[in-house]
Design a protein. Structure first.
Length: 587
């Protein structure tokens, strides 16, 4: 069968390999044929490069290769050994009954005795042969090669997002996005046919948010109120398509399997995609065992605490250094950063005492200590829920050379918007979290240091009012719910500057880029439509199981209208759709 697929084809980037020269950075049309026809495909691709010379690319996927390979063949009018090699390659494909595809071709590009010989060899073999081309060239290709019988197939995409301002490479561009299955198939100025069209006119289209720090169904004295369904639902209404939760703390490698299976079973009800961080508690003599066993589950991060010695969760310097020495491409070390000796918790202390019970200096001093360990030993460390801009100022003074390279800073919406004066109120318990919100000066310094912050998480850990009221710091449930409002809050404060910190930066740090975190051909179709023409006031009428929001009355610019996770619409025009479950993202 000879098939002509006429219409738009993939013109996004494919994987760049060593075989492609620097001037060939954008190789078009390869992914589309593979995705349309499956893996048993050999694909020839033509592209005109900077010097005006035409080149032919040969795409070959074979089971005995570790990766897909793209070979640069040279100018079209190849002769001698090079052309003989192409014929040999095609002969091999024919012998294996591979599909042969010429992708995004034009008639003039194919004229010439050598190429007639090549194409006629394929046609004569009886193998399936596929051209992809523009609609207006289909007839000419038929005429050029004297093709009497063929199948004409028009490309129709599964979904199209039309008319939006799409966030691409840090800028907004008027583009249309086309989706096939779970992937972004095409990005174009043109309008093409799709089975379902989403009107994005007047909206911004952003990559799906990746929240690297949530606590759903956290088993404390009172289990945190949002489970994996309600938490992911709340996140979906805030543009979050992927999140990373935490395994229960373990001290031994043999405990990892149970820790993973327990949390993964709970997460099956999530409607968005999810992953986990390994969590350790004083893992003396077990670091190597734990990090080795993490590979079985694709786990790419280990969280430790430098405090909570009263509950046996603190990890000490020897083990931190061992973790740093082992960290690298396989995993990154996450740290809850507070100086344990400075923390005071008792039945005599209440939420109003948080500024002195867990002082700012406890964060700053411990952050500097951990930065010194990274500077001396190497490795990669990620400081979770950074509360104070003063801490960042000190880190910049002494360790600017490792910030954003080996030492990454995460912060959360509450630290940019809430301050410790709220803790002195009669209902100050509603704003209690650990580490606590800081004073106005620390908050202003945090805003000033936004460029040094790598990622924004939420530390989402929601409770009911009754879980907090009247309780001392020794008994209170510490934590706030933020996942549904995190993007509107941070976008209102920082505009487009915040997008990468909630998408691509997170994906890169945790090893899921470019599968997630970016709007790009071949990436997961994780997207949300945002209408920033409206101004609204946050209230507790959201999708969390908590009966309040700490952001009550805060005015923000914009709202999430539609959220798409791996090509599936989960929120449309602010209404939940019938959806399948999310997937575990690490393998």
């Amino acid at each position: 069968m000879i098939k002509v697929i006429a219409g738009p084809v993939n013109s996004g980037k494919t994987k760049r390999l060593d075989e492609i020269t620097s001037c060939m950075e954008n190789v078009d049309g390869v992914i589309s044929v593979k995705e349309m026809l499956g893996s048993n495909v050999m694909c020839f691709r033509a592209k005109r490069i900077k010097n005006g010379e035409s080149k032919l690319f040969l795409y070959h996927e074979r089971s005995d290769y570790k990766e897909d390979y793209i070979f640069e063949i040279g100018p079209y009018r190849v002769v001698g050994d090079t052309f003989n090699w192409i014929l040999e390659f095609v002969t091999e494909a024919i012998s294996k009954e591979n599909v042969i595809a010429l992708d995004e071709v034009g008639v003039l590009e194919l004229r010439g005795a050598g190429y007639h010989k090549l194409i006629n060899k394929i046609i004569d073999s009886g193998n399936d042969f596929i051209f992809t081309c523009r609609n207006d060239l289909a007839g000419e290709i038929k005429k050029e090669f004297c093709i009497e019988e063929w199948v004409m197939e028009k490309v129709v995409y599964d979904k199209a997002i039309i008319g939006g301002s799409v966030y691409l490479n840090g800028e907004l561009k008027h583009k249309n996005i086309y989706i096939n299955g779970e992937k972004i198939a095409f990005i174009s100025d043109e309008v093409f046919e799709a089975k379902r069209v989403i009107d994005a006119k007047g909206k911004k289209v952003f990559p799906g948010i990746i929240d690297p720090h949530v606590h759903f169904e956290l088993p404390l004295a009172i289990t945190s109120r949002d489970d994996f369904y309600s938490g992911s639902l709340s996140g979906a209404f805030g543009g979050v398509t992927t999140y990373i939760d935490f395994l229960d703390p373990i001290g031994k490698g043999d405990e990892l399997e149970e820790a993973f299976n327990t949390r993964n079973a709970l997460a099956k009800k999530s409607i968005t995609d999810y992953g986990f961080h390994t969590t350790v508690k004083n893992p003396v003599g077990e670091i190597k065992n734990i990090t080795t066993k993490m590979k079985k589950y694709g786990l790419r991060s280990v969280k430790l605490f430098t405090t909570y010695s009263d509950s046996g969760r603190r990890t000490f310097d020897n083990e931190i250094v061992e973790l740093l020495n082992l960290s690298g491409e396989h995993f990154i070390v996450l740290a809850h950063v507070e100086n344990d000796e400075m923390i005071k918790v008792s039945d005599d202390l209440y939420p109003k005492d948080l500024p002195t019970s867990r002082p700012e200096e406890s964060e700053t001093s411990e952050a500097l200590h951990l930065a010194s360990l990274v500077a001396d030993n190497g490795g990669r460390l990620y400081m979770v829920h950074t509360t104070s801009g003063n801490t960042i100022d000190k880190l910049k003074e002494k360790y600017s050379d490792i910030l954003g390279k080996n030492f990454f800073i995460e912060s959360c919406p509450q630290y940019f918007t809430l301050d410790d004066s709220l803790l002195a109120r009669e209902d100050g318990y509603l704003y209690s979290c650990a580490p606590p919100i800081r004073n106005k000066k620390a908050q202003e310094r945090l805003k000033a240091n936004i460029d040094t912050v790598s990622t924004i998480g939420t530390d989402h850990c929601s409770f009911l009012k009754e879980d907090k009221v009247g309780k001392s710091l020794a008994k209170i449930s510490l934590g706030l719910g933020s996942i549904e409002n995190s993007f509107p809050i941070m976008y209102t404060l920082f505009g487009l500057k915040i997008v990468d910190k909630m998408t691509s930066n997170t994906a890169k740090i945790f090893g899921i880029y470019p599968k997630k975190g970016v709007i790009s051909v071949g990436s997961d179709a994780d997207l949300f439509l945002y209408d920033d023409s409206v101004t609204r006031v946050i209230n507790s009428n959201d999708h969390s199981k908590s009966d309040y929001t700490p952001y009550e009355g805060l005015e923000v610019k914009g709202e999430v209208v539609t959220t798409i996770r791996r090509g599936e619409i989960i929120v449309l025009d602010k209404k939940l759709q019938e959806v399948s479950s999310g997937k575990y993202i690490f393998k």
